[in-house]
Write a protein that binds this ligand. Structure first.
Ligand SMILES: [Fe+2]
Length: 387
């Protein structure tokens, strides 16, 4: 019997090269007349935000540009943007950028029609103990990196000052536009670690408690596409076939992990990113081999399939061998595309192990489809550091 589960796609996603030219009609169809375009300086300079702004204005939509989004979506920046948005009377938000920008856009869409208290009570919203007094305004997510999958997921990951950690505010997007032409200018290193983020979403979705045959299907395909296309996109950013395949991989990995979930790797990555200000994708890339090795004890066949999709010729049925060979394949792949190890980034083993107290026992960590002991959490961090 197949495992039962809910098959979910939160919002329609318009996918394809140059589909961003349809952003105006999409936003109009959602009933928006004046939107805040949330982005950051890098995306603005690269031209993607300007392109979206032009398309929106051509459709008669008023645009309030806010290009101050910050890495890791700090609560303060959301408050700043929301205050302007409220003052301007916006009725929608369009996020154009990478993960932090898209998270900011989502959070702003929830705070604008409510107030800053939303961010104070973030944990109550996340655990379903509180509902928004006013429905968030529609948020349209337009990624410029292939990694986050934010257009397909229901949370905005915000850095909470009060809680001193990264935490998810539930805000489903109204629409996603995934256009690889906007990703052409992403530099090789960012292409590499955002691609590894997508891979980590797919990997963790395979072994999270809520995984379904549907989420597995999407996760395996995302893994295959990342394995086959990330090296090419890192080597040549103008390889549009590789860019397009990665954009698709990122988006379907987003659906997979929104339906299933992520667990230990992301829990640790949030802690490490918060503690040492390392990009999210870099943390995920370094956690993934250790998570694979751990997960292979309970899910050897899934990790065997993952390892094979990543180029490892795994013939053994021994779970330890599978775990090692699949993890080695992913680690070698990460290094080949240029993602540095924790050691190369200058972290000590003690610093990495210190992250344990920040994530072990939290809901995200315990969402793995099996038991995770405190010693397991420590061993996984040690494995991620030692390689
Ligand atoms: Fe991620």
């Amino acid at each position: 019997m197949m495992k039962s589960g809910i098959y979910t796609q939160l919002a329609p996603v318009l996918f394809g090269n140059d589909t961003v030219v349809r952003a105006g009609e999409t936003v109009k169809d959602l009933g928006c007349k004046k939107v805040m375009l949330v982005t950051d300086k890098g995306v603005l300079e690269a031209g993607a935000a300007g392109k979206v702004r032009h398309v929106l204005e051509q459709s008669g939509i008023e645009v309030v540009l806010w290009a101050e989004a910050e890495t890791d979506c700090p609560e303060e920046s959301v408050k700043k943007a929301a205050a302007i948005g409220r003052c301007e009377g916006i009725d929608g938000v369009v996020g154009v950028g990478g993960g932090s920008v898209l998270d900011t856009a989502k959070a702003v869409s929830a705070v604008v029609p409510n107030d800053d208290q939303v961010l104070e009570d973030i944990i109550l919203y996340l655990t379903g103990q509180k509902d928004y007094a006013n429905t968030p305004v529609p948020v349209i997510e337009i990624p410029t990196t292939a990694g986050t999958g934010s257009e397909s997921t229901f949370v905005a990951v915000v850095t909470s000052e009060k809680l001193d950690c990264k935490i998810g505010l539930p805000v489903p997007p109204a629409y996603g536009i995934v256009d690889s032409s906007l990703m052409k200018t992403v530099p090789p290193y960012i292409t590499a670690f955002t691609g590894m983020d997508a891979l980590s979403h797919a990997n963790e979705a395979l072994t999270e408690q809520k995984n379904t045959p549907h989420s597995d299907l999407l996760a395996y395909e995302a893994i295959r596409l990342v394995g086959e296309n990330l090296p090419a996109a890192v080597k040549d950013g103008n390889d549009m076939e590789a860019r397009d395949n990665l954009a698709f991989a990122s988006s379907i990995a987003g659906i997979a992990f929104n339906e299933s979930g992520v667990h230990i790797g992301h829990s640790a990555a949030h802690a490490l990113g918060h503690l040492y200000h390392i990009p999210h994708g870099v943390c995920c890339a370094n956690m993934t081999p250790a998570v694979i090795r751990f997960a292979a004890k309970k899910y050897p066949q899934k990790m065997k399939r993952l390892g094979r999709l990543m180029g490892a010729d795994i013939t053994s049925d021994d779970s330890e061998t599978i775990g090692k060979e699949a993890a080695d394949a992913v680690r070698t792949f990460a290094r080949a595309v240029g993602v540095q190890s924790f050691k190369e980034l200058g972290l000590t083993k003690e610093q990495v192990l210190a992250a344990k107290s920040m994530f072990y026992g939290d809901a995200l960590c315990m969402a793995f489809g099996g038991e995770v002991t405190e010693q397991d959490a420590l061993d996984i961090l040690a494995d991620a550091y030692d390689e």
